[in-house]
Design a protein around this ligand. Structure first.
Ligand SMILES: Nc1nc(=O)c2c([nH]1)NC[C@@H]1CN(c3ccc(C(=O)N[C@@H](CCC(=O)O)C(=O)O)cc3)C=[N+]21
Length: 202
């Protein structure tokens, strides 16, 4: 489990030529870090600003962060299963059929997981958008901004994983859902970025 790993060990295994952890895991973990940063900005601000939504939003971000850490593990499992299916024998006609079925099944899961990562990131950003972000103290505006930009990067990375796996008819509906989600997200995140920038005086 990723949560048990020292950061150095995780980064070494990400850099290694083994297929997992891969980009999908990195997207989910980056998003988890984004949640931490945004929660921190809210918790610091909450001490001085009378905004009862901040505490709740921070708690929600903690919950989404825990989901994202789980998705980081799930992504490695799903991509590993796909790589295993690819390694199945293909000597006879029935083996070929079985391998094809197993690969399709694993590919659907390897596409569903980064799509779930995208959904979690959208929830995280929606949690801070609007009044909550506007009430963040200028002293932690850089943390809010960093959290937002990390969320945006993680969203685009998770989307790239959905895209690269969307090579079959069976994954097409997931791809279409991801495109819609990304477009909607970009609108929300652009506005939120403006809020953080103006707090930063940028
Ligand atoms: N949900 C999801 N998560 C991913 O992380 C994900 C994904 N989908 N879809 C595709 C991309 C690409 N990616 C690779 C990482 C390493 C190798 C790799 O190490 N390949 C070696 C070893 C192959 C083996 O061990 O059989 C090779 O090709 O020589 C390949 C591909 C992860 N991705």
């Amino acid at each position: 489990m990723i949560e048990q790993q020292p950061i150095k060990d995780f980064l070494d295994s990400l850099a290694s030529d083994s297929p997992t952890p891969g980009g999908g895991t990195a997207a989910a973990l980056s998003a988890a870090m984004s949640c931490s940063l945004m929660a921190m900005a809210l918790r610091v601000s909450q001490k001085k600003v009378q905004d009862p939504t901040m505490q709740e939003a921070a708690a929600k971000l903690d919950q989404i962060r825990s989901e994202l850490l789980n998705l980081a593990d799930k992504d490695a499992e799903a991509f590993e299963a796909y790589m295993s299916a690819r390694r199945l024998p293909k000597d006879t006609e029935s083996q070929k059929q079985e391998r094809k079925q197993a690969m399709t099944k694993a590919l659907i899961q390897a596409t569903q997981v980064p799509l779930n990562t995208m959904k979690a990131i959208e929830q995280a950003v929606k949690t801070v958008a609007g009044k909550t972000a506007e009430n963040v103290l200028p002293s932690v505006a850089s943390d809010l901004y960093s959290g937002i930009k990390l969320a945006q990067a993680a969203m685009q990375c998770a989307f790239a994983n959905v895209k690269i796996n969307s090579t079959k008819e069976e994954t097409q509906p997931l791809y279409e859902e991801a495109v819609d989600l990304l477009n909607n997200f970009e609108e929300i995140v652009t506005e939120l970025e403006q809020t953080a920038k103006s707090l930063l005086g940028m």
